[in-house]
Unconditional design. Sequence first.
Length: 211
Amino acid sequence: MQEKKHAPKKIILLTVFTISLMAAIVVFLSQTSFFTAQNDVDPSSLASYEPFAAQFKDVQIFVPLREISQSLLTMNDERIAWPYGQKRDGWKVVNFWATWCPPCIVEKPSLKALKARYEHTSAFDIGFVSMDFPKNAADLNEKMMKKAMTPTPSGFYTDDFDIWKVFDIKGLPTSILINPDGNAVMALSGDIDWVSSQTLAFVDELIHGKN
């Protein structure tokens, strides 16, 4: 009795599976934004920098800062080392704010909108650090609710006054731009619309690494 040959059928099934998998990957990639942030980009050299910087009261460019000894506290009251100094895939804005600061409250919605815009890519993100110097996270949440603000579970707060000196913070809000190497390269003072055309052009150019 002649043995049946199953190899061609297996090859056909494998081919169909491979094509289906590739099609699924193409669909996924077409619906997701992926960027490769450039570590060696000087933000102040970008074509979109001047219109972006003009929105702030003051812009300070650092010799890149990396060794930051100050710690932060999570919204679970856990003390952690400065979390933004490690190398990562992309750029980060760390926003220093407080509930007693009216301009901070005004700009918070646009910061959250910008964060949501890039939530599907690791090339850009926003972190929040409260400068209320609360007794604990519950105290900070209470202060936020009194201002009709939504608590930020992923945010941080500090009890270290020296952090003002580290970044030479002159007032609030102040946002620190951190490059993919984990170096603080720029301090941006004052509140702006973080989803303005000038800001979006700067962020898009920053993460694409175009000059």
